[in-house]
Design a protein around this ligand. Structure first.
Ligand SMILES: Nc1ncnc2c1ncn2[C@@H]1O[C@H](COP(=O)(O)OP(=O)(O)O)[C@@H](O)[C@H]1O
Ligand SMILES: O=P(O)(O)OC[C@H](O)CO
Length: 497
């Protein structure tokens, strides 16, 4: 009876389940979207129960579609949208508020107040993060401050906190396990990534009782088993867990120091493996835990770009300049260059390295001769320029030269973009055969724990390039183009309403 690993990829807009075989190939997939709630401008929430039922449905769908029995699943790996915060009642197992999503800005004021008290460095020095509403800590505080009776309940040990990985393991295990992994814990603004423990001082500042927090575990280990009523009489080991960007780094087999991947999805996330060294950043990068595997933790440097592929969606849905994201390539290809046009897609501010939440999008360099194709090309190029901003910051902070970049996410199908990225960075860009690197990473983490795969060497051998792009532009030209981008960003940031 052939065995498989089932990977759950719980993302921001949809949940997916994928079955992987021993060769690391996708056998079947299932996907379900769920509702996004926008109660106020800038706020984004999910219903944790809707997330749970979407995951359960995907798991059932994928087994049915593949005609695979639950007994054939050697282990389950979970990867998830990070930072999104759920607080639930220990007695009933019911969330006391909607999940506050990573994108949500509803804790801006809390962050401002903490910053005004001069606490940014306190958080940064312990967590590797910044005081930004992006991370979980201030979201937990917000829930305790705003839900009737929540703080009292929390102090009486009646509430539990979890990111989505924790919530799913809790539900899958029949409310038995309350665990997370290093990679997810490192995104909460409450976990000391150097001492590897929940930080009492930070919990005190945020007013979060330690009893609410899950136990932090390695990313590859059997945390518990599914209760059999969900899985047709089978109890399956839940054996791998990691935040989605760290899982993608693992799925891209970026196991050595200096290896990096960039994901071009809705947003952009670049991670560089820095092995056992936690590199502190002066350039607005995040220092984060990559994973805990083989009895040790490893670190990564991360650059977060808020708008990447969604700029192409904007061309399609907002401006009606293209009919599909794919068409951006042929239209941009009608011209050889943007002829000096730059689009800065700072629609929700700018992330790494600027962290400017008030910046807004801008277009520069228009002339009477500017055509649609220049505009589309400039938007596409902005994805690559933003990645270059992050790479330069990484090289400066870590002192590690980038030798090549592995890529994934929806927009990497665009050859023109990939070529331009390689030209701009002056390194080869490698697009893997399996683009679902996030789900694959979670599958590998689970598979290692249940001996489905032996070690990382075996995994590395399963990583294949589908296409690579080598630099073709001369360096002077690419430096000149990048200088134009830097001027455009600078000018965009001056404009504040
Ligand atoms: N050929 C293409 N060229 C440029 N962008 C693309 C192309 N195909 C998809 N995209 C963009 O990729 C994004 C979807 O990527 P995906 O990795 O599925 O996102 P996520 O996982 O964040 O939802 C969309 O924003 C879409 O506009
Ligand atoms: O759900 P995704 O793929 O957009 O990823 C969200 C990130 O984990 C946020 O940090």
């Amino acid at each position: 009876m052939e065995k498989y690993i089932l990977s759950i990829d719980q993302g921001t807009t949809s949940s997916r389940a994928m079955l992987f075989n021993h060769g690391g190939e996708i056998v079947e997939t299932a996907q379900r979207e769920f509702e996004q709630y926008f109660p106020k401008p800038g706020w984004v929430e999910h219903d944790a129960n809707e997330i749970w039922t979407s995951v359960l449905a995907c798991m059932a769908d994928v087994l049915t579609k593949a005609d695979v029995e639950a007994e054939q699943i050697a282990g389950i790996g979970i990867t998830n949208q990070r930072e999104t915060t759920v607080v639930w009642d220990r007695n009933t197992g019911k969330p006391i508020h909607k999940a506050i999503v990573w994108q949500s800005r509803q804790t801006q004021q809390i962050c401002n107040e903490l910053r005004e008290q001069g606490l940014n460095d306190t958080f940064r020095d312990k967590t590797g993060l910044l005081l930004d509403p992006y991370f979980s800590g201030t979201k937990v505080k917000w829930i305790l401050d705003h839900v009737d009776g929540a703080r009292e309940k929390a102090e009486n040990d009646e509430l539990m906190f979890g990111t989505i990985d924790t919530w799913l393991v809790y539900k899958l295990s029949g409310k038995k396990e309350h665990v997370t992994d290093y990679s997810n814990a490192s995104r909460t603004l409450m976990y000391n990534i150097y001492d590897l423990e929940w930080d009492e001082e930070l919990l005190d500042i945020l007013g979060v009782p330690k009893s609410m927090l899950p136990e932090v575990k390695p990313s590859s280990e059997v945390y518990g088993h599914t209760v059999d009523y969900h899985f047709f009489g089978s109890s399956i080991p839940i054996a791998g867990m990691a935040g989605d960007q760290q899982a993608a780094l693992f799925g891209q087999a970026c196991f050595e120091k200096g290896m990096a991947k960039n994901t071009y999805g809705t947003g952009g996330f670049m991670l560089m493996n820095t092995a056992e060294e936690a590199v502190r950043s002066d350039q607005g990068l995040l220092t984060t835990l990559a994973w805990g595997v083989d009895g040790k933790v490893e670190y990564a440097l991360e650059g977060s770009i808020f708008v990447s592929g969604s700029a192409i969606q904007w061309l399609r849905d907002g401006l009606n300049l293209i009919e599909s994201s794919k068409q951006s390539e042929s239209i941009a290809g009608e011209v050889d260059s943007t002829e000096g046009v730059y689009v800065v897609p700072a629609f929700v501010g700018l992330g790494t390295p600027y962290w400017d939440s008030e910046a807004r999008g801008a277009v520069f360099g228009l002339t009477r001769g500017t055509k649609k194709s220049h505009f589309v090309r400039a938007t596409l190029e902005s994805l690559a320029y933003q990645a270059k901003d992050v790479v330069d910051a990484m090289v400066e902070d870590s002192g590690i030269e980038l030798k090549k970049l592995r890529v994934d996410g929806g927009a990497v199908k665009n050859d023109l973009l990939m070529q331009f990225q390689s030209d701009l960075l002056n390194v080869p860009v490698e697009r893997p055969k399996i683009n679902e690197t996030t789900a694959l990473g979670a599958a590998y983490l689970a598979g290692l724990a249940v001996d489905f795969w032996k070690d990382r060497k075996e995994i590395s051998k399963q990583w294949y390039v589908e296409k690579d792009f080598d630099p073709q532009m001369n360096e002077e030209k690419s430096a000149e183009l990048y200088e134009g981008w830097q001027k455009a960003v600078e000018a965009a940031r001056v404009f504040k309403l």
